[in-house]
Design a protein around this ligand. Structure first.
Ligand SMILES: [Zn+2]
Length: 354
């Protein structure tokens, strides 16, 4: 098949952004209004964001307590159906009683828990995580972890150090709670081999069946070809692996951005956001192994996977697969030679955040 002359259906879809924030970080102070700019009107690429999964940074940083901070964040959204909160956790200085009180008061308002071992400098082997994990098991809550790999300037994994939020560390904790979904944010932030490492940990956990790992793609390959996103999808589907007997595991990967942090704030934020989406879609549609199934893969990555993981069964069943807006069904021939060449080689990993 000639990848440069492929027919495809260009639909506009609904989006669930599984990784967004409010609160203070890196000198910024982010609020609902900073997320509304993406949610409350159609994006420049005609997609619409149906829901953002939000976590509060003040709690992660210890600026606010777990009960008060999460409650304040939740109330700032005023029951807006475009948003669903995760309860941020601070196992280092907090107490699981704060989360218990929060969930007693708001039993249906938090879709999971958020952890940031790096901000809190709390090793994932620390016993302080245990009551939080036991709570997650009891309440059947998915847990989103900041995930990052120490890389060298050439994108290779640094053999001398291991990041506190390394995928291996998350995997070790996840194995103790094998049914609880552990989401590795940023597919292991860093670049190049950082993502390869996160992908291989995902695959290892599937083959061994000893943990329930997921990943989001916030910041992944944002300035370059989406080779790791495509690679992750292929590996999770077992494409190219003759011995694969685990079915389609690509539901474990989902779209996220970390908005409104860093470049997702300010005048060009909406264009940056839409461009990131379009680059990923193009990478999927032009890949010879994925192009025939591209529409389903895109719908899953940007919408269905996060819906199944984070949203309640009632919410999930009431949402249609994707919305085809009038006039958006365009059959086209697309040539993408040179597309990748226009993109920068190396992402600015210093932006990587919460
Ligand atoms: Zn984040």
């Amino acid at each position: 098949m000639n990848v440069n002359r492929v027919s495809y259906i260009n639909f506009t879809g609904r989006i669930i952004d599984s990784h967004t924030h409010v609160g203070k970080h890196d000198g910024g102070d982010y609020h609902k209004t900073d997320l509304d700019i993406f949610v409350k009107s159609e994006l420049p690429n005609k997609d619409t964001i149906e829901k953002m999964i939000v976590s509060d940074l003040d709690v992660l940083h210890g600026i606010k307590g777990e009960y008060e901070g999460n409650k304040t964040a939740l109330e700032s959204f005023n029951n807006d159906k475009n948003y669903k909160l995760l309860a941020s956790c601070n196992p280092k200085d907090g107490n699981i009683k704060n989360l218990e009180k929060l969930f007693q008061e708001y039993p249906k308002d938090f879709a999971g828990l958020k952890f940031h071992p790096d901000i809190q400098q709390l090793d994932l082997s620390d016993k302080k995580y245990e009551p939080y994990m036991e709570f997650a098991v009891k309440e059947k809550l998915p847990c989103l972890f900041h995930c990052q790999v120490d890389t060298l300037k050439d994108g290779k994994v640094n053999p001398a150090t291991r990041h506190i939020s390394d995928p291996e560390n998350i995997y070790s904790l996840a194995k103790k709670y094998p049914k609880t979904p552990f989401i590795m944010a940023h597919l292991g932030a860093g670049w190049q081999e950082a993502h390869d490492k996160a992908i291989e940990i995902l695959i290892e956990s599937i083959k061994k069946g000893d943990a329930n790992l997921y990943a989001d793609i916030s910041w992944v390959d944002i300035d370059q070809p989406q080779e790791h996103i495509v690679k992750a999808i292929k590996r999770l589907k077992g494409i190219g692996d003759k011995n694969w007997k685990y079915g389609d595991q690509s539901y474990r990967l989902m779209f996220g951005t970390d908005a409104p942090l860093a470049r997702f704030k300010g005048k060009s934020a909406r264009n940056t956001y839409a461009n990131f989406i379009e680059q990923i879609k193009t990478s999927i549609k032009t890949d010879k192994d994925l192009m025939l199934e591209a529409d389903k893969i895109i719908d899953d990555l940007f919408y269905n996977n996060a819906k199944k993981l984070y949203l309640s069964p009632q919410e999930a069943s009431s949402i249609s697969k994707f919305k085809i807006l009038s006039g958006a069904l365009i059959i086209g021939l697309a040539g993408f030679i040179g597309y990748y060449a226009s993109h920068k080689k190396q992402p600015n990993t210093r932006e990587l955040a919460g």
